[in-house]
Design a protein. Structure first.
Length: 300
């Protein structure tokens, strides 16, 4: 069985585009008033390891500390180096897309270590944001005092791009004239409606980004906490072609982790979080994108 991709809530699982994509595993953790015995969490993780060998869990940055602590406790108690806990600062809908991409790539010939470290690489190619009615409590992207003040104007709406590069604009009447920086490659657009009414995402944004297709998904429960408001429409654009994703990952030089021995790409092991030694990493620029030909690989 391929390496299993895990998420922390069932609403972070997107339906697969085909019958071959493996399902994701839901690692239920204690959140809010919900309690779940540690023994149950240990049993679930042990079963996944027995069936798949390796588990890669994508953890939202907005996940409560108690939930993240439970996952680390499970890994510690099981004393397993086959569990990767990846804390990624992607909005929930973008994280769902990343989980789907990794599920698709898990069927390819990538080792578990490469697949885990590929999450950081692929996250750079997911354009994730939202339309918000207010940015007064938003702390995920920089908000100027002027933009903060305009949040108090009735009817104000803001378009925010959180990844890969933060950007915030105020939408005018009907959202006309506002523009977020588009992806320089072909994408499909996914959106999820919260308690906000606007067609800006499916009309203005979709046209300016020249997306190949548009689809709607349910809004993840984690979105309101991540964006600090329930009055939003979340969106995310990503590369839909699995062959392009495969080429992107396979074009990066592979290294061996000096701590756990697994293969990796980039500058850090996804399983043990150990960075590459300075002697191996000194010729690399910061981040996981190391050569120009990787960007060419995804040009439309």
């Amino acid at each position: 069985m391929p390496t299993v991709i895990g998420v922390t809530a069932p609403d972070l699982i997107l339906p697969p585009p085909d019958q071959h994509t493996p399902p994701a595993a839901v690692l239920q953790t204690p959140q809010g008033r919900t309690t779940r015995p540690l023994e149950a969490s240990l049993s679930d993780m042990h079963a996944l390891l027995e069936q798949h060998g390796y588990v890669i869990v994508l953890c939202p940055a907005s996940l409560p500390a108690s939930a993240l602590h439970r996952l680390h406790t499970v890994r510690s108690v099981l004393e397993s180096d086959r569990i990767a806990l990846l804390d990624l600062d992607l909005p929930p809908l973008g994280l769902s897309l990343l989980a789907l991409q990794l599920r698709q790539l898990s069927l390819c010939d990538f080792s578990p270590g490469v697949l885990a470290s590929a999450a950081r690489l692929l996250s750079h190619y997911i354009y994730a944001g939202a339309v918000l009615s207010s940015v007064t409590k938003l702390d995920r992207v920089p908000v100027s005092l002027k933009q903060h003040a305009k949040s108090w104007v009735p009817g104000s709406q803001f378009a925010v791009l959180a990844n890969p590069k933060p950007q915030l604009i105020r939408l005018g009447s009907g959202g006309q004239g506002a523009r977020l920086e588009p992806p320089p490659f072909a994408t499909q657009l996914l959106f999820a409606k919260g308690q906000l009414q606007t067609e800006w995402v499916t009309s203005t944004l979709a046209r300016s980004w020249h997306v190949q297709a548009i689809a709607e998904a349910p809004l993840p429960a984690e979105s309101a906490r991540w964006w600090a408001t329930g009055k939003l429409i979340e969106f995310a654009a990503a590369i839909p072609d699995i062959s392009v994703l495969y080429q992107l990952v396979s074009s990066v030089k592979r290294e061996e982790c000096h701590w756990c021995g697994l293969e990796l790409i980039g500058d850090r092991c996804g399983f043990c979080s150990s960075p590459l030694p300075e002697t191996e990493n000194q010729s690399r620029p910061q981040g996981v994108l190391t050569t120009g030909h990787q960007r060419k690989a995804i040009s439309p």
